[in-house]
Ligand binder design. Sequence first.
Ligand code: PLP
Ligand code: COI
Length: 344
Amino acid sequence: MIKKPLNWAELGFQYVKTDFRFTATHIYGEWQSGNLIKDENISIQEGAPSLHYAQQCFEGMKAQTARDGRILLFRPELNSERMNRTAARLLMPEVPKNLFLQAVEETVRANYAWIPPYGSGASLYIRPMLIGVGENLGLKPARSFEFRVFVSPVGPYYKNAGLAAISLAVSELDRAAPQGTGSYKAGANYAGGLMATLKAQELGANEALYLDSAEHRYIDEAGSANIIVSMEDGTLTTPASNAILPSITRRSVMEIAATQLNMKTVERSIDLREEFGSFQEMGACGTAAVLSPVGRVFFDNDWHMVNGDGQTVGPVMQHLYDSLVGIQKGENDDVFGWLREVDI
Ligand code: PLP
Ligand code: COI
């Protein structure tokens, strides 16, 4: 099948309209069978709760082309579980796992021509979303919902392509409250984060870094990625926080570190100012971010370098990146059973 004539290597993380998307509706308490459509627009009632009260959520995942041409998804079952956890929190119906996987696979397959080829450095980003539709005015849940999946070929999320160090700036704004929706993939969390990202970028950073909202002391996460730290004591440490998104990439990287690098992995609170001096390497990880080494962090009116000059990619992040991406692209053995092949 012929691929679209895109300059794959030049792609950034932007929406590219592809040919097909999947849509299914939940109405009268049950899911109707979904199907692929061509129209990228959604027409919804002006009273829709997704528009007023942000009763909506989304997921993010990628499909990659392996060297032998297989199309690979990375742990999509976990995205399904996480979407359902968010849906329950926002009083939306769960999307059955088989509907979720069917929608993802059909959309990827139908847009085969848009899947970046092996070796291009790009991948196919998959965006499942669940929105409350139908008319409503008072603060109450929608009575009908749309589940939609669209895809877009993407390049690196951060402007510095490849495995280059990024920079983060600590935000004075909070992303999430301890008992709020921070650990759910609700769009509302991201609307509140737009200004934090803008302010971080004005300081010359790639992204905002959030500290816990109670004390502004412990690392929570970046705007679109979780944080991992390789400490002086040899542990790979990541924040324990109920206000951060449970990242599938982080979970995978921690497993790789424990089993392949024989590192001790720890989930605990990390006091940024007290412990920064013990950071040997720092990374931001997520589907879009992949694993980006963090070279510099701005806090208390100053830039602080993580690994000497703020540019160096350390051996731990390099190894974790290579192992993770190697599995995702089907170059390394799928020893953990994380891949799901899409039949083309
Ligand atoms: N944290 C936030 C706020 C995110 O938006 C994402 C992206 O999905 C992540 C972390 C990383 O999660 P995952 O690795 O599951 O993509
Ligand atoms: C992802 O990494 O999939 C996300 O959803 C982050 C988003 C802000 C691009």
